[in-house]
Design a protein around this ligand. Sequence first.
Ligand SMILES: [Mg+2]
Length: 143
Amino acid sequence: MATIAVDFDGTIVTHEYPNIGEEIPFATETLRMLIHDHHRLILWSVREGQLLQDAIDWCKERGVEFYAVNKDYPEEEKDKNNHFSRKIKADYFIDDRNIGGLPDWGQIYQIISTRKSYRQILRESMNRLTDQQVPKKKHWWSK
Ligand SMILES: [Mg+2]
């Protein structure tokens, strides 16, 4: 079971802050699968107040309920936590500002469920493409 911090704008939906953009393909389906697999999802967003609530509601309407929002635990209170750090403790961060960009949601699911690296997932899918689409030539001059 992993703790997964998920950004909203640009990650679950296209970036149209303060409005809610279009869903990025397979985002909510993947998040529902991750919840079903018993992972803990933390919504990790710069949104505050009503704009944050809009994002929470938008996700909830699509069957995505978060374990916590902008904090490590549902019950966390800053003044009662002697070890409070602004960096949340997640195993994965899904964010469109990742260096290298946001993988597609199918790849995100593979990375988390197989515990493989993004590099490994990419290499395997490249190998599958090569096996499928490039017929093996007997000789370099073959058509
Ligand atoms: Mg973002």
